[in-house]
Every structure is written in C-alpha cells, then in structure tokens.
Design a protein around this ligand. Structure first.
Ligand code: B12
Length: 254
C-alpha cells in the first residue's frame, strides 16, 4: 500500500483543503482579494472565499482592534504527505483499566501514588486539569481521584512555581501534573521551563517527582527541550495518564 497521501474534498485525491483565518480589515472586495492573495501564498491554487464575516464595527475596542474579518477559504494544494516519514510520540506503555492500574500500584509500589496537579503562572483554564484529576473526569472516564490507589491534590488555577514545589514536597509527590492552556507569547513554554528548572534545583535526581505537562497546544515531542518526563495533548483521557504514571513509577521496581 502506498504511504503517500493527499487531502481531498469533493473527489478522492483532488487535494482540496479548507482554511480559516482573520484579517484586520473591514469586509469589502479588497479584503476578499487580500484573503485570496494570502491563500495563494500559502500554496492554495486555485482558491475561493466560501465564507467571510466582519466582526466589530470599526471602532477601536479595549484591545485596540478595529473591524476585522473572518474568512473561510477552500482551495487545492499540490503537496503530498509521506506517512512513512511522519514522526509522532507513540504510546509506549499498555493502556490499563482502572482496576488494572490499582492492582499494579498495590503489587509493584505497595503504597498509594501521590499526585499534585495545578495550572501554573497566570493561567486560569482549569477545565483540562480537572478533567484528568477530578472525580467527574471526561469522555466517560473518571478522573484520577476515583482511583483507590491514587491520592490527588488539585491546587487549581494560577499557582506559582515556588508554591507548587513546596506543595509537592509536603505531599511527597510521586508525580506533578501541570496544565498550560494559554500560549500567548509562548507563556506555556516559558512557564514549563521555569517549573522544570525549579524542581531540578529543589530535588536531588532520584527524589524528583515525575514532571508531566498537558494542554491543547503542546508538541508532544518537546519533552527534552522543556525538561519534563511526558507531555499530553488535546483529547487526553484520565486512563491514559494513570497508565503512564503506573508504567513510569514502577519501571524500576519490577
Ligand atoms: C473555557 C475557556 C475559558 C474560561 C476558563 C474557565 C476554567 N475554569 O477553565 C475563562 C472564561 C475563565 C477563560 C478566560 C480566558 N481565556 Co479562555 N478559553 C476557554 C475555552 C473556550 C475552552 C477551554 C476548555 O475548557 N477546553 C476543554 C478542556 C477539557 O480541554 P483542554 O484544556 O485542551 O484539556 C484537555 C487536554 O489538553 C489535556 N490537558 C490539559 N491540561 C492537562 C494537564 C495534564 C497534566 C494532562 C495530563 C493533560 C492535560 O487533557 C484535557 C482533557 O482531554 C478556550 C477555547 C477552546 N475552544 O478551546 C478558550 C481559550 C483557551 N481562552 C483564551 C483566552 C485568550 C482567554 C483569556 C486571556 C481571555 C481574556 N482576554 O480575558 C482569559 C485568560 C484567563 C486566564 N488568566 O487564564 C484563548 C487562548 C489563546 C492562546 N493561544 O493562548 C482560547 C484558545 C480562546 C481563543 N481562541 O482565543 N477562558
């Protein structure tokens, strides 16, 4: 089977894609022309504007924005993707059920796993970390709080790095789970690097908790660059995280 693929819209292999973007101009013919010029520069040829809607009335708002226009453009790309050259982080541990996780912790660790979680920096988007940690969970799965062999401290929003380090120490955390959703000015990368550096300074290597970050816009391949043990992206479920923690924490004790 061929490993070369191309996108399609109307008929297989026609190369059609749809992109959306916003331009800082009011909606008129020139704005549509600008959208098409941008699409062509992005490699869409031919391209057509299939949706355009002006937002704002042209007066400056608190963010100093005037009128701007949202576009959806449909067009053909000539690029191909070679599936054999796609690099991703494959799950390198078994996906366990909650029961299997609890049994593995009991057998291999012989004590509960202590987890501390938080949104750090100024980030107040707690829905993601709550989905992983809180009882109600996400996608039909309960969060780590529901696992008998996990003890979870969810510190919530806008936790400072020194506060997180202190709490991790007090709780004797095996793993620290950090969420970063806001990516403006690469805040998620700066905050994560600051956090991992602080843990390396505060703990000797054998005592340092596992450092796990998550959020919708992380590159899962960037663990070394950010100094963390694992990165989880969009659509993560609690079971994936619990299975990873068991795998990583019991690796040496098996
Ligand atoms: C809800 C929401 C809010 C709520 C947050 C309420 C709360 N308690 O969380 C409120 C209204 C407070 C808010 C405020 C703001 N928001 Co807001 N918000 C959103 C929104 C609509 C949904 C986010 C969400 O809940 N997703 C659902 C969860 C389940 O998904 P998730 O976070 O991706 O989490 C999953 C995975 O990523 C992963 N995961 C996440 N964290 C972790 C951690 C670990 C350890 C692991 C393992 C996995 C993991 O697992 C989760 C489950 O699958 C998004 C837009 C969107 N549709 O995504 C904007 C969005 C995130 N917000 C945005 C912005 C700009 C803001 C504000 C700055 C707006 C403003 N000018 O005031 C403020 C910032 C406040 C602050 N200090 O952080 C931008 C961010 C842009 C950027 N590139 O940074 C977005 C993308 C909207 C946009 N398109 O502009 N927001």
């Amino acid at each position: 089977m061929s490993t070369i693929i191309r996108p399609y819209g109307d008929t297989t292999g026609d190369g059609m894609v749809q992109v959306s973007f916003t331009l800082p101009v009011p909606l008129d013919k020139r704005a549509e022309g600008a959208a098409l010029q941008l699409a062509q520069k992005m490699g869409l040829d031919p391209a057509m504007v299939v949706h355009a809607k002006q937002m704002g009335d042209g007066r400056r708002d608190s963010d100093q924005r005037g009128a701007y226009t949202f576009f959806v453009v449909y067009g053909r790309v000539h690029h191909l993707v070679d599936l054999s050259k796609v690099v991703v982080v494959e799950r390198d541990y078994p996906l366990l059920s909650a029961k299997e996780v609890n049994t593995a912790v009991r057998r291999r660790l012989r004590r509960k796993v202590n987890v501390v979680g938080a949104c750090i920096g100024t980030d107040a988007h707690t829905v993601g970390i709550d989905a992983i940690l809180n009882l109600k969970g996400i996608a039909g799965e309960k969060g780590l709080e529901s696992y008998r062999e996990f003890k979870v401290a969810n510190l919530g929003a806008q936790v400072s790095v020194p506060e997180l380090v202190e709490r991790a120490r007090a709780e004797r955390a095996d793993a620290v789970l950090v969420s970063q959703v806001v990516t403006q000015r690469d805040a998620h990368l700066h905050n994560t690097r600051e956090m991992s550096a602080a843990f390396r300074e505060a703990f000797p290597p054998q005592r340092r908790p596992l450092l796990v970050v998550g959020g919708p816009r992380f590159d899962e391949l960037a663990t070394d660059e950010l100094g963390v043990d694992r990165i989880f992206g969009r659509g993560t479920t609690p079971r994936e995280v619990a299975s990873y923690l068991v795998h990583a924490l019991t690796r040496e004790s098996t």
